[in-house]
Design a protein around this ligand. Structure first.
Ligand code: ITT
Ligand code: NA
Length: 199
């Protein structure tokens, strides 16, 4: 069985690979299908954007597809960047996005730098968009003033998890997969997806 993850983000791909390898399931990502059209994320929620990615790719490939729409909500910024996390700095560029985040939080003390990482996953069956499975996961942390760690991707070097005394970028992929927003969303799928990919 193959599941296609409707992502072009290599950091997400690595995390899903690790989760599904433990289940004996191969994954493909959009990096394996460079000929596919770009899916515009025109929704106004994580769920709408994940559905757009999952339903459109499932319809084209006629395969079960899992899409991930994620983002960072910073309390002091009124929940921004939220669904705009990938293009916070105007450009899909991790370094620029992190610089913008640090700039916007200039002078904000540690105890007010609380934030939540969110993932919505949509699992779509080809040609049956009304049977999509939808799950969510969240993790709370704090935005540091100086990046730490070289693992992970995106905002990971700035996202400090107090319980582990580490940023997400100081964790191995296995460690991140025990506590992350993405991992919690996958846990919330429980075993439903196993039944679901069979029929
Ligand atoms: P796909 O749409 O192709 O999956 P993307 O990077 O555009 O890739 P999103 O639309 O979900 O993904 O944008 C979410 C952004 O939020 C992403 O670019 C990262 O910068 C950030 N992000 C999401 N999950 C993250 C994580 O686990 N660690 C750090 N940053 C994360
Ligand atoms: Na995206």
């Amino acid at each position: 069985q193959t599941i296609v993850i409707a992502t072009k983000n290599p950091g997400k791909a690595r995390e899903f690979e690790s989760v599904f390898a433990a289940e004996g399931i191969q994954i493909k990502t959009l990096l394996d299908y460079p000929e596919l059209p770009n899916i515009d994320e025109t929704g106004s929620t994580f769920e709408e954007n994940a559905r757009l990615k999952a339903d459109q790719i499932a319809a084209i490939l006629h395969l079960p597809v899992l899409a991930d729409d994620s983002g960072l909500m910073v309390d002091e910024l009124g929940g921004r960047p939220g669904i705009y996390s990938a293009r916070f700095s105007g450009d899909h560029n991790d370094a620029g996005n992190n610089a913008k985040l640090l700039y916007e939080l200039t002078g904000v003390p540690a105890e007010k730098r609380t934030a939540t990482f969110h993932t919505t996953l949509v699992f779509a069956k080809p040609d049956r968009p009304d049977e999509d499975l939808v799950v969510e996961g969240n993790v709370k942390g704090q935005i540091l003033g100086i990046p730490r760690g070289d693992n992970g991707f995106g905002y990971d070097p700035l996202f400090y998890v107090p319980e582990l005394d580490a940023t997400m970028a100081q964790l191995t992929v296995e460690q991140k997969n025990k506590i992350s927003h993405r991992a919690k969303a996958i846990e919330n799928l429980e075993d439903k997806w196993k039944e679901w990919i069979k029929d």
